[in-house]
Ligand binder design. Structure first.
Ligand code: NDP
Ligand code: 8X3
Length: 251
């Protein structure tokens, strides 16, 4: 029987690549995000390979999250994998200059949003006595960097939640894993720099950044291990990167 993966932030970047790769490799997909036209485009593309159901909600809106999960038709009631991917950075400023709205957005999306989505799905997983949650953290959740302050704090929170969730859900046999990527070329920097394309492009110039498909590959590998194996926490860098702030741009 096909397994079902619920993927947040499937309209772009890592989430979209993961939906496509898992969908092409025998998983049924529940794809979520806010941009309906992108959900429709993904549904059209993936329908050739697998069954796909889309849900449109903002992870910051707890009621909308709950309603969306409750709206799932009976045949989508079992969720085998939750890929907690929706997230972003907003701004890159020294702490004294930070914008409160940016800070709130990162905490609300990256931390509170992840919790809003996780709890109702964890309850389903406990009832069905199986499940696997894969949290998308970041190298920013392992080491802070200058001007990264609140984004780094939000990803440190994901790192802590990943460990603690694994401990809490151990008694139910539910796997919890984290993928912590370094630099991946997606719309991430475009969002961080509020649509400034030149600044966003410059983040990925002079070296081979990871592609969203590289992260999708890792997620597929993690999701297809035997029942007794859990890759609990994987840090993944482009070869040119050695740490948050160390990228060899001449490579
Ligand atoms: P993208 O900007 O390409 O994708 C972000 C996804 O998150 C989109 O699908 C977006 O969908 C969704 N999203 C954002 N805000 C909300 C919201 N409020 N409600 C619902 N969905 C939302 O970035 P990435 O693919 O790079 O980012 C995915 C994850 O990977 C994030 O958690 C990010 O922190 C993490 N990451 C990224 C790295 C990178 O270098 N790119 C490195 C390390 C970690 P929509 O706008 O349609 O709602
Ligand atoms: C995204 C990678 O280094 O821009 O989490 O924070 S970084």
């Amino acid at each position: 029987m096909k397994k079902t993966a619920f993927i947040t932030g499937a309209t772009s970047g890592i989430g979209r690549a993961t939906a496509i790769l898992l969908g092409e490799n025998g998983f049924r997909i529940i794809a979520t995000g806010r941009r309906q036209e992108r959900l429709d485009e993904l549904k059209k593309k993936l329908s050739q390979h697998t069954e796909i159901h889309t849900l449109n909600f903002d992870v910051r809106d707890q009621k909308a999250v709950l309603n969306a999960i409750e709206s799932l038709p009976k045949e989508w009631a079992t969720i085998d994998f939750l890929i907690n991917n929706a997230g972003n950075a907003h701004g890159l400023a020294s702490i004294e200059d930070g914008n409160m709205k940016d800070w709130e957005a990162m905490i609300d999306i990256n931390v509170k949003g992840l919790l809003y989505v996780s709890q109702p799905i964890i309850q389903k997983m406990i009832a069905q006595k199986s499940g696997h949650i894969i949290n998308i953290g970041s190298v920013a959740g392992k080491e802070a960097y200058p001007n990264g302050n609140v984004y780094c704090a939000s990803k440190h929170a994901v790192d802590a939640l990943n460990s603690s969730m694994r401990m809490d859900l151990n008694k139910y046999g539910i796997k919890v894993s984290q993928v912590a990527p370094g630099l991946v070329e997606t719309e991430f920097s475009l969002v961080r720099f509020k649509g400034d394309e030149d600044r966003s492009k410059s983040v990925y110039e002079g070296y081979d950044a990871l592609k969203p498909e590289d992260i999708a590959d890792l997620i597929l590998f993690m999701a297809s291990r035997p029942a007794h194996v859990n890759l609990a926490d994987v840090l993944i860098f482009p070869t040119a990167q050695a740490a948050s702030t160390m990228v060899n741009k001449s490579s």
